[in-house]
Design a binder for this molecule. Structure first.
Ligand code: BT5
Length: 268
């Protein structure tokens, strides 16, 4: 059964941010909130503009993967106009994952963990994913769109069978629906807080939280990307958010983009 519809007026009146979500566009259904946000960004939408949809017909993950987005979840995108370099995308992914984890921990008591680079897991199952896309001119970004998909009251039965065992929702964890108006408001507040830390040159403080919430560090991981697949021990993240991995011969490799699968735990 589907949960109560999102009351966007209540989201607006609950909001405790100073600039994120000053303008919110709400749709019952769109292809992808990232596409709508990109379109708005090209039309000079102000920084902090938020696009939320009750459902997405073509929700996207990274590398063209599909993001299942039935009604009841939180599918939103935020327009940003940072003075940043494209390499800062890694930092943004990490800070959004931290922001979502904080909301899940502080508001719902869930032990949310971050999996490098862009996943939030609860009990080893994916509850939230982040898709950050930017358009740049040379080394300067013109705008950035941060897409957040957070499984809230959506039912797992709407997911394909393989995903049902890999994903979870707040509702499944708590055994009840949550008030999504409060969830969205607290997620945007948490995002604003972490993003301002980044903007003011305090990304290190976000990294401290990332390390605290991490389920990646101290584990054997399998890395795939750029046509390669290899294993190593996840040692740490550097100040740029790159993952540092110790490989068999004892040398360290750093990665800024890849898929990371958690292998057996600890003590490699
Ligand atoms: C992500 O990609 O995790 C990024 C997801 C971003 C979604 C938001 S929703 C608002 C905005 N608009 C969009 O169109 N997208 C953003 P990636 O790391 O590539 O993970 C994709 C994989 O996650 C899929 O291949 C599935 O295995 C899994 N997946 C798909 N839908 C899921 C869901 N609802 N919950 C958990 N896992 C899911």
């Amino acid at each position: 059964m589907n949960s109560k519809r999102l009351d966007i007026e209540e989201v607006r009146s609950n909001l405790k941010t100073s600039w994120v979500g000053r303008t919110i566009y709400f749709f019952q259904e769109v292809n992808s909130t990232n596409d709508v946000a990109r379109h708005l960004a090209l039309q000079d939408a102000e920084e902090g503009t938020v696009v939320i949809a009750e459902a997405q017909t073509c929700g996207r993950g990274r590398l063209g993967r599909k993001w299942v987005s039935p009604p009841g979840g939180v599918w939103l995108s935020i327009v940003l106009r940072p003075e940043f370099k494209p390499r800062d995308l890694v930092k943004i992914n990490l800070l959004v994952a931290v922001a979502a984890s904080k909301t899940l921990r502080e508001e719902y008591g869930l032990k949310a963990e971050v999996k490098w680079p862009n996943d939030v897991l609860v009990d080893g199952k994916k509850i939230c994913g982040v898709l950050t896309e930017a358009a740049s001119e040379g080394d300067i970004a013109k705008y950035m769109v941060v897409g957040i998909g957070l499984n809230a009251n959506n039912s797992l039965s709407a997911f394909p069978p393989d995903l049902r065992i890999k994903a979870t929702t707040i509702k499944e964890r708590l055994g009840k629906d949550v008030k999504r108006e409060e969830l969205v408001s607290s997620l945007l507040k948490s995002f604003e807080f972490c993003y301002e830390a980044f903007r003011e040159g305090r990304f290190i403080s976000v990294l401290e939280d990332w390390r605290r919430f991490s389920c990646t560090l101290g584990r054997m991981v399998e890395v795939s990307g750029f046509g390669e697949r290899w294993e190593g021990f996840a040692v740490d993240v550097d100040d740029e958010g790159w993952l540092i991995i110790k490989v068999d011969d004892g040398s360290l490799r750093k990665i800024f983009s890849a898929d990371v699968t958690l292998s057996r735990s600890k003590d490699a």
